[in-house]
Design a protein around this ligand. Structure first.
Ligand code: ATP
Ligand code: MG
Length: 632
C-alpha cells in the first residue's frame, strides 16, 4: 500500500495529473482537453472539454458486464413492500422516465424539481434528468409548502415530479396538497407536474398540468433515449442548503468532476468494489442521498439499498435484518440515527448475521464518543466518521483506507482528504493555526472535482458567501470550527454560523426566526438550538410580544406560544417547530446590534455564557435566564 501522506501531497501539488488519473475511473465520450481551468478564481473548472454523462456512468456502462446484477433494492417498512431492479431493469425504467419527461417537453438545461418520498421512482427521475441533460433539484419530501415554494421560484423548473404521499412511522403525509399549496404560493408556474400514485392518499389532478406517471409510463414501454453527452462543467443538479440567511443557497454541481470524485471516493475512502452492496440510510433529499444512495454506488457498479422507514419499526433489528437479507457490505448512516437505536438492547442488533458487513460509515454531525462506542460494541464492526458538506458533495475529512490502513481516533473524522487543501485558519487573519489551536476549517483554491461550481444563478453570492471571509486571501470558508493535532487529524468543534440539527434535519435559525416573526403578535425573536438527548438538538425561541398584554399572564403566554408553534409548523414543517417559546422584554445583543446567539444558547443549555464584553444590555441575559428557569 502507498503512503497516504504522499498520495495527498501529490493530489494537491500536481492536481492536473493526479485527477487525470482518477478520471480513468469513469467513461468519457470525449477526453478532456485540459484537466483544470483556474483562469477565473475562485471558480475551478475540471476536465474542460471532456464529454460525459452521469446516467451513462451509473447505469449504461454496467449493462454488458452486470446487466443481471441487482442495481437498486427498495425496501419500505411503511408500506410493507420490497422490490429489486437489476441494472437492465433500472436501465429500462430510467429510459421510460426519460421518455415521459421528453414527452412533457423537458429539454437539456431545463430544471426538474423532484419532491418525492423514498421510492425507486425518485432515483429513476434523478437518473432520467441527467440522462437527457436536464438539471434536477430534489427537495426533501418533509418540507412544508412555503419552503418548497421558495425553491420552485429559485430553480424555475419546467417540470415537478412528485407523488401522492410519503409515510413516516406509520403516518401518511399527503404530498399533493402540500405541492398544490406551494404552486399556489410560488410565482413561477411549471408547465407540468408528474405524479406517482402509490395509492396512499387521494389526489386532485389539475387538467392539462398534472399527469399520472403510471399511464405515461405504459405509453413508453421499450423506450430508448440516448444519453446526452455533456461538457464536464455543465450542471447536473441543484441542491438547496437549509439556508441560515433565510434565502436557501442553491448548490450547483457539475457533471464530469462529480462523476470522477464519487468514483474515486468509492475506491479510496469507502473501499468498495463493483458487486458490493451499499445501504445508505439517508434520504435522497440530502446530499448524502445524492452521492451515496444514488450516484456513488451505481457509478461503482454496486447494489444500492434504498429504505423508506425508521430504524426502529417494526423493531430495532430492522436495518440489521436487511444487512443479513441483502448481504450489505457497506453501511452509511448518521449519528442521530444511532442515538435512536441506542434505546435498544444491543442484542437486538446482533440477532442477525452481520458477517457480510465490513464498515459502518457515519457523517452529518459530530460523532460523540459514547455513541461511537455503543454502536461499535453492538455490531462489532469498524465505525468510521467522515466530514463534509452539501457544498463539497463528498468527504473532505476521512480515513482513506483504500490508500493506507489508517488508525481511527475517536472524536475525529480523520485527515484532510486527497484533493482538498484543507487548513485550520485564524478566524480574523486566515493564517494557518498551529496544531492544537482552534480555527476555522478552510479550503484553499482550487476546490477538488465534485465540489459546488457556484450558487445557482448567483456567482456573486457564491464568491461573497464562501470566498470573502478572509480579506486578501483566497480561502473557502466551511463555517465550521476545527482543531488539528500533531498527526494531522482534525476534530470539528461546531459551526461558526447557526444551524439547528433536529434529528438530522438541518434548519437555519434565521429561517425559523423569520417564520416566528410572521405571527402578527411577535415583535422580535431569537431562535437557538439546544442540546437534546434524542434529537441531537431542538429549536428554542425567545420572543418579544408586540403588546405586553398578551404575554403578561401565564394563560396568555401559553396561548401565544401555541399559536407561534403552529405558525412555524405551517410554514416550515413540524421538525422546525420550537420545543418552547419563552417571552422576554429584551434580547441580548452586541453593540453593533447583532444577536448574541452563542450566549443565548449557552444560557439555554445551562452553561456559562462566556465572554460578554460586547453585550449592550446585560439585563437582557438575566431576563432570559429567569424566563427559562423561573426564580423560586
Ligand atoms: P446550511 O449550509 O444551509 O447551513 P448545513 O450546513 O446544515 O446547511 P449540510 O451541508 O448537510 O447542511 O451539513 C454540513 C455540515 O454538517 C458541516 O458543515 C458540519 O457543520 C456538519 N457535519 C457534517 N459531517 C460532520 C462530521 N462528521 N462531524 C462534525 N460535523 C459534521
Ligand atoms: Mg452549511
Amino acid at each position: 500500500m502507498a503512503s497516504y501522506q504522499a498520495f495527498h501531497a501529490r493530489s494537491v501539488d500536481e492536481p492536473g495529473p493526479f485527477w487525470s488519473e482518477q478520471a480513468r475511473l469513469v467513461d468519457w465520450h470525449a477526453p478532456a482537453a485540459q484537466p483544470l481551468d483556474l483562469s477565473h478564481p475562485p471558480f475551478s473548472r475540471w476536465f474542460v472539454g471532456g464529454l460525459t454523462n452521469l446516467c451513462h456512468n451509473a447505469v449504461d456502462r454496467h449493462l454488458a458486464e452486470r446487466g443481471g446484477q441487482p442495481a437498486l433494492i427498495h425496501v419500505s417498512t411503511e408500506t410493507g413492500t420490497e422490490s429489486a431492479y437489476t441494472y437492465a431493469q433500472l436501465h429500462d425504467e430510467v429510459n421510460r422516465m426519460a421518455a415521459v419527461m421528453q414527452a412533457l417537453g423537458v429539454r437539456r438545461g431545463d430544471r426538474v424539481l423532484i419532491y418525492m418520498p423514498m421510492i425507486p421512482e425518485a432515483a429513476f427521475a434523478m437518473l432520467a434528468c441527467v440522462r437527457i441533460g436536464a438539471i434536477h433539484s430534489v427537495v426533501f419530501g418533509g418540507f412544508a409548502s412555503a419552503s418548497l415554494a421558495t425553491r420552485i421560484d429559485d430553480a424555475r423548473p419546467a417540470l415537478v415530479v412528485s407523488a401522492d404521499a410519503g409515510s413516516r412511522a406509520g403516518k401518511v403525509i399527503a404530498y399533493k396538497p402540500l405541492l398544490d399549496e406551494a404552486l399556489h404560493l410560488a410565482s413561477h408556474a411549471p408547465a407540468s407536474v408528474l405524479l406517482v400514485n402509490r395509492g396512499l392518499a387521494p389526489m386532485s389532478m389539475q387538467e392539462g398540468r398534472d399527469h399520472d406517471y403510471a399511464a405515461l409510463r405504459e405509453r413508453h414501454a421499450h423506450a430508448r433515449i440516448p444519453c446526452v453527452w455533456l461538457e464536464s462543467n455543465e450542471p447536473s443538479y441543484i441542491l438547496y442548503t437549509s439556508g441560515t440567511t433565510g434565502k436557501p443557497k442553491g448548490v450547483q454541481r457539475d457533471t464530469g468532476g462529480y462523476a470522477v470524485a464519487l468514483a474515486a471516493s468509492m475506491r479510496h475512502i469507502f473501499c468498495a468494489q463493483a458487486g458490493d452492496v451499499m445501504f445508505t440510510t439517508s434520504d435522497v433529499g440530502w446530499v448524502v442521498g445524492h452521492s451515496y444512495i444514488v450516484y456513488g454506488p451505481l457509478i461503482a457498479g454496486m447494489t444500492t439499498l434504498m429504505y423508506e422507514g425508521t430504524p426502529v419499526r417494526p423493531d430495532g433489528a430492522i436495518w440489521w435484518k436487511l444487512v443479513e437479507q441483502y448481504g450489505v457490505t457497506h453501511m452509511f448512516s448518521a449519528p442521530t440515527a444511532i442515538r435512536v437505536l441506542k434505546k435498544q438492547d444491543p442484542e437486538t442488533l446482533r440477532r442477525h448475521d452481520l458477517s457480510t458487513l465490513r464498515t459502518l460509515f457515519l457523517a452529518g454531525e459530530p460523532l460523540d464518543e459514547p455513541t461511537a462506542r455503543w454502536i461499535h460494541e453492538a455490531i462489532r464492526k469498524p465505525v468510521v466518521d467522515n466530514y463534509w458538506q452539501t457544498e463539497t458533495g463528498w468527504p473532505m475529512l476521512a480515513l482513506p483506507r483504500g490508500v493506507e490502513d489508517l488508525p481511527t481516533k475517536f472524536g475525529s473524522p480523520g485527515l484532510p482528504v486527497y484533493g482538498y487543501r484543507l487548513k485550520i485558519v485564524d478566524e480574523q487573519t486566515g493564517e494557518p493555526c498551529p496544531p492544537g489551536r482552534k480555527g476555522v476549517v478552510a479550503l484553499e483554491a482550487p476546490l477538488p472535482p465534485g465540489c459546488m461550481s457556484t450558487i445557482w444563478g448567483d456567482d456573486e453570492r457564491y464568491v461573497s458567501t464562501y470566498w470573502s471571509g478572509f480579506p486578501g486571501k483566497l480561502l473557502y470558508s466551511s463555517f465550521d470550527w476545527g482543531i488539528q493535532d500533531e498527526d494531522g487529524y482534525v476534530t470539528i468543534l461546531g459551526r461558526t454560523d447557526d444551524v439547528i440539527n433536529v434529528a438530522g434535519h438541518r434548519l437555519g435559525t434565521r429561517e425559523i426566526e423569520e417564520s416566528v416573526s410572521s405571527h402578527p403578535d411577535i415583535a422580535e425573536v431569537a431562535v437557538v438550538g439546544v442540546q437534546d438527548a434524542l434529537k441531537g438538538q431542538v429549536a428554542m425561541a425567545f420572543a418579544i410580544a408586540r403588546s405586553a398584554d398578551r404575554a403578561a399572564t401565564p394563560e396568555g403566554r401559553m396561548q401565544l406560544e401555541g399559536e407561534v408553534m403552529q405558525t412555524v409548523e405551517r410554514r416550515l414543517g413540524a421538525v422546525a417547530r420550537p420545543a418552547r417559546v419563552f417571552f422576554v422584554n429584551a434580547l441580548p445583543k452586541t453593540r453593533s446590534g447583532k444577536l448574541l446567539r452563542r450566549a443565548i444558547q449557552a444560557i439555554a443549555e445551562g452553561r456559562d455564557p462566556g465572554d460578554l464584553t460586547t453585550i449592550e444590555d446585560a439585563g437582557a441575559l438575566r431576563q432570559l435566564k429567569d424566563a427559562m428557569f423561573p426564580p423560586a
